[in-house]
Design a protein around this ligand. Structure first.
Ligand code: FES
Length: 137
């Protein structure tokens, strides 16, 4: 199997069978990010563990290209169990390396949209749009 076929299969698996997609009830935080150039939009919501230190669960919803949605699906799996401090030093490069697929510079925005939303939701990154009030506390 060539690398490009494997890449397509990993992305398409997460795109067609997204993990942790849906609305989270009573999250500890949430945020939305979009790409104004194409209209892709991802909302990320999370819950912390009882000590409020580790990400207990992360869910996403939204619309976008296959890489945006696959990236969001993968992110929800990669960050589960991380502390906010660990997330603060989890770089774009770390995430792309964890994805395990080559991402061209032109597609980086797609792959990173959910990570940007999560950083906004936990307060690491300033909101570009707004923290969403979509989720009732
Ligand atoms: Fe819009 Fe991928 S094409 S973020």
């Amino acid at each position: 199997m060539t690398e490009s076929i494997l890449y397509r299969e990993i992305i398409m698996d997460h795109y067609k069978n997204p993990r942790n997609k849906g609305i989270m009830r009573h999250p500890d935080g949430s945020a939305e990010r979009d790409n104004p150039l194409c209209g892709d939009r991802i909302v990320i919501a999370y819950k912390l563990d009882g000590k409020k230190k580790k990400l207990l669960s992360v869910k996403f919803e939204g619309t976008g290209c296959s890489l945006t949605r696959a990236g969001a699906s993968m992110l929800t799996e990669f960050v589960k169990g991380k502390t906010i401090k660990e997330l603060a030093v989890y770089t774009d490069g770390d995430f792309i390396a964890d994805m395990g697929v080559p991402i061209t510079p032109a597609r980086k925005k797609c792959a990173l949209l959910a990570l940007e939303a999560l950083r906004t939701a936990v307060g690491i990154e300033k909101p570009l749009i707004r923290k969403t009030s979509r989720y009732p506390k």
